[in-house]
Design a binder for this molecule. Structure first.
Ligand SMILES: [Cu+2]
Length: 185
């Protein structure tokens, strides 16, 4: 919250000092501000598993780039619920991607899912060949070895973010992460 107050102050100051250029200058100030808060959140997340929702931990995040450029990427992570109640995952998003969906693979097919419940005392795993996140329209500049931020949104509106380690296609068991996957969409 301190961050947004800081941002508001910055915008006002810009309006006073550059009244003639105001509409343009304000836009600049606002977008610079958004970037600041975003990178701040990302570096916090990079320090390890995040526990913003009591008892719920998001860890082991990785994103596997597609074998064929332009195909969707796949993301995997674990969600550990050591809290007292069931938490319900309602949406996922990946920084730098146009869209991300939760998918469930069953045999040869996969379907998108709207919700994933995690009962207390259990760990939900998104992993190759099972539940996974399909990532569409990922910025082509995202390269193996870097990281992008994953944000989970729960049914109650809570959010949880953590970095996804970006990996090249074909590294390890990634049968669902690369070509097969893209071909089915
Ligand atoms: Cu999929």
């Amino acid at each position: 919250m301190a961050q947004s107050r800081h941002c508001t102050g910055k915008v006002r100051k810009t309006m006073k000092t550059a009244r003639l250029l105001a509409p343009f200058a304000v836009l600049l100030a606002v977008s610079a501000c958004n970037q600041e808060s975003k990178s701040g959140a990302a570096s916090d997340a990079a320090s390890g598993p995040v526990e913003a929702k009591p008892g719920v931990k998001l860890a082991d995040g990785r994103l596997v780039l597609p074998a064929v450029k332009g195909n969707p990427a796949a993301a995997y992570f674990t969600l550990d619920n050591s809290g007292k109640g069931t938490v319900s995952l309602a949406a996922v998003s990946v920084a730098g991607a146009q869209k991300a969906e939760m998918h469930q693979t069953t045999g040869d097919t996969m379907a998108s899912i709207d919700r994933a419940d995690v009962d207390p005392g259990t760990v939900l795993r998104f992993e190759p060949g099972k539940m996974h996140v399909m990532v569409f329209g990922l910025d082509s500049k995202v390269a193996a070895g870097s990281s992008v931020e994953l944000t989970l949104t729960f049914a109650d509106g809570d959010k949880l973010s953590a970095p996804l380690k970006v990996e090249a296609a074909g590294g390890g068991m990634d049968a669902m992460g690369s070509m097969d996957h893209g071909a089915k969409h």
